[in-house]
Design a protein around this ligand. Structure first.
Ligand code: EPU
Length: 420
């Protein structure tokens, strides 16, 4: 099993370009199932989660050709409408094949994802709304069995703006009879990107990025096609990770390849804490800002503070002047980084879904263990600032969602080594 050896503390400098967003790429890859004509994508990140969804699509009969970071997916011969437990259990986003399969083939058998390290994560919002569109859904032996003649366009109102449910329903609506309105839809930039991908193929989608999305359905005879390749948006969560690293190292770096509006809640919070940032057209310049002040934050659906930056923010707060409070509102078990950060000298007290962070002046290196993707990123950030060499184990969690993380940090001058 690979591990990272990180030696700190040190200054960072230079420019880093983030990869395309994992959470934009995964629904777009599932969306390739909708179209009979080939889907061409560029800048597809090399991530374990991307490899998992590709494996799933291939198991269904999708032909996938990869040329460097470009990819062509041909779904003209899909013959297997089953998403097996073996693949779904390793990555929940596999459930995103449900909407496209039902829409195009009227049938799907998808393993229930089950819980994961950060929370129970049910899919009730996906299923009840597909039922409202006319799907007959049963749960048998751990699988979702879904069937329909043709989905019916209708007005849906989500009980919570779930990102995955919004994506599944948007894709399901593509071949529904009539138009579908999704009220209380998720507003994340990755939703806008999925809409743009569908629009790129000729589907009529309006309102993505607001709480009300409208999709005009058509029958499966319509041959949607696109000649040009689609590029998923830059990864705002990866960008936030580097911006926080720059601030923790009191350094001047440029993080580009993403649109700053997608990260506004994080940038505003950092500025309130004393960070000096310049918004660029396709990124952010971080200026040396000294020791930042503590803050009070609460995670929330977009445009609120993203849960996917909570762990990295905590690593920064551990070194701030004064106390900070984080309230995690999206996932019930997303504090697994806390015991590991504590081993490096962080002072964090948990009470329910709140964390009280007492700022300390410095951290010390320690052997630590990754528990989930963003928790791992927080450990890397802490290790870059801690005195000595930290040994970060189980980095397969990082490889699920950060492309070439150690190479990118090395490019900024950090002392990071991957040991096989
Ligand atoms: N929820 C339900 N029922 C549902 C769906 C969701 O109760 O039917 C609950 C979940 O249990 C959770 C909350 O609603 O407590 C938010 O879930 P959501 O459906 O919005 O999240 P997701 O689609 O499962 C995506 C990202 C996550 C990110 C969340 C929130 C992908 C592949 N994953 O998950 O990314 O944290 O949205 O923004 O897009 C990560 O990248 O590290 C990651 C976990």
């Amino acid at each position: 099993m690979d591990k990272l050896l990180v030696t700190g503390p040190g200054r960072l400098n230079g420019t880093v370009t983030v990869s395309s967003a994992k959470n934009a790429t995964l629904p777009i890859l599932a969306g390739a199932l909708l179209f009979e004509t080939p889907v061409k994508l560029v800048d597809v990140p090399k991530l374990n989660d991307v490899a998992t969804i590709i494996k799933l699509l291939e198991s269904m009969g999708v032909k996938v050709e990869r040329d460097g970071k470009s990819m062509t997916l041909d779904s003209s011969n899909v013959h297997n409408l089953v998403a097996d437990y073996a693949l779904v259990k390793t990555m929940r986003a596999s459930v995103l094949v449900l909407g496209p399969l039902l829409a195009r083939f009227g049938k799907a058998k998808v393993s229930l994802p089950g819980g994961c390290a950060i929370g129970a994560r049910p899919v009730d919002i996906h299923l009840t709304n597909l039922e409202k569109m006319g799907a007959k859904i049963q749960i048998e032996q751990g699988y979702i069995l879904a069937e329909c003649e043709r989905l019916q366009g209708c007005e849906l109102s989500l009980s919570f703006p779930s990102v995955g449910a919004t994506e599944n329903l948007m894709m399901a609506a593509v071949y529904a009879d009539g138009e579908t309105i999704i009220e209380n839809a998720a507003r994340e930039p990755e939703i806008v990107d999925l809409a743009n991908f569908l629009i790129h193929f000729g589907v009529t989608v309006e309102g993505a990025g607001t709480s009300r999305i409208r999709i005009v359905g058509t029958n499966t005879q319509k041959k949607y096609a696109a000649t040009k390749a689609y590029r998923p948006i830059g990864d705002r969560i990866e960008a936030a990770t580097f911006i926080i690293a720059g601030l923790m190292a009191n350094s001047n770096i440029v993080v580009n390849g993403f649109e700053p509006w997608t990260l506004e809640a994080v940038l505003e919070t950092l500025e309130k804490m004393g960070a000096k940032l310049t918004r660029l057209e396709d990124g952010v310049e971080v200026h040396p800002s000294g020791r930042l002040k503590g803050a009070v934050i609460e995670t929330a659906p977009f445009p609120g503070f993203p849960t996917d930056v909570q762990a990295q923010m905590m690593a920064l707060m551990c070194l701030c002047e004064g106390n900070s409070i984080i309230t995690e509102q999206i996932f019930e078990n997303r504090y697994m980084h806390v015991p590991e950060l504590t081993r490096m000298g962080c002072k964090v007290t948990l009470k329910g879904n709140a964390a009280l962070i007492e700022g300390v002046e410095s951290l010390s290196a320690a052997p630590v263990m990754c528990t989930d993707l963003r928790a791992s990123a927080a450990l890397v950030l802490a290790a870059l600032t801690a005195h000595g060499q930290s040994d970060i184990q189980r980095i397969y969690h990082l490889d699920r969602g950060y492309e070439d993380l150690e190479a990118k940090f090395k490019g900024l001058g950090a002392k990071v080594e991957r040991v096989k």
